[in-house]
Design a binder for this molecule. Sequence first.
Ligand SMILES: C[S@@+](CC[C@H](N)C(=O)[O-])C[C@H]1O[C@@H](n2cnc3c(N)ncnc32)[C@H](O)[C@@H]1O
Length: 275
Amino acid sequence: MAIDNVLKLYSETIRSEFLHYGYWNNPELIDYNKVTLNEIKTAQNKYIENLSSYIPNNVKTILDVGCGIGGNTKFLINKGYNVEALSPDDYQKSILNKKFNGKIIFHHTKFEDYISQNKYDLILESESACYIKIEKGFKKAKEILNHGGYLLVSDYFVYFRDETKNPHLKSSHDLNKYLSSAKEYGFKLIKEYDQTENTMPTLDYAKYFFERFINPSLEYGIYSLNKNFPKISMIFKKLASSKFNKKKEQLKLINSNEFRKYRKYMIFLFQKENI
Ligand SMILES: C[S@@+](CC[C@H](N)C(=O)[O-])C[C@H]1O[C@@H](n2cnc3c(N)ncnc32)[C@H](O)[C@@H]1O
């Protein structure tokens, strides 16, 4: 199956074991001039630490859906859970094979297409719910959870829409639609937490990094191309200008105020009702 190259880029640059936003305890105290890559990794560890505190005591078996590069899987195994992992991505499959040396069960498929003989006490969707079709996802979760089993979701949802084409309005589910679909498929919401403020420092740091390092480097590169190869520079400008403008629009994705306007980053713990 295909490779998600954006996720691959994150994993190769940040080089942590996670592909999520991380969780910051005191966002208001952060000085972005001093943030290190290690602190980002610490925040990513904190995220799964906090998320795993929502796992009810009677849970033993977990399916880590959209397991990424296996950081959450490893954390949960170390906590003593019996964990299987699932991802449709070829690159992630190869990373998991290396990381666990074939010692865990890995399902190479989309969740919606997963055919299982097993049932689980809990399904974890850590920043993967937004990739999974809402109704098919709940239907599958219902099918493969034990009686009274749990669905633990941590992801961003759209709670406000306007007429703009803001990129925050794409690639995530509508919050109300998600919750009403959960009810329809017999999932009772038993806990929720809005972790937006705890996740935004990662975006703020990405914006800081872009403005401080990437943008000035790009500007210097363009200046240099203009000065040394004016003809090539002209052709390049003609070919790339429309794409460049589209990419500039994408920068809104690392603007935390734009995020807050449209999205909430939620933790939801659902329990399958026995109906
Ligand atoms: C942002 S990453 C999150 C990875 C990991 N859960 C974490 O918290 O670090 C999203 C994950 O969802 C996976 N994914 C995408 N579409 C999926 C689908 N239809 N079913 C299951 N997983 C999917 C991606 O391959 C990736 O592993």
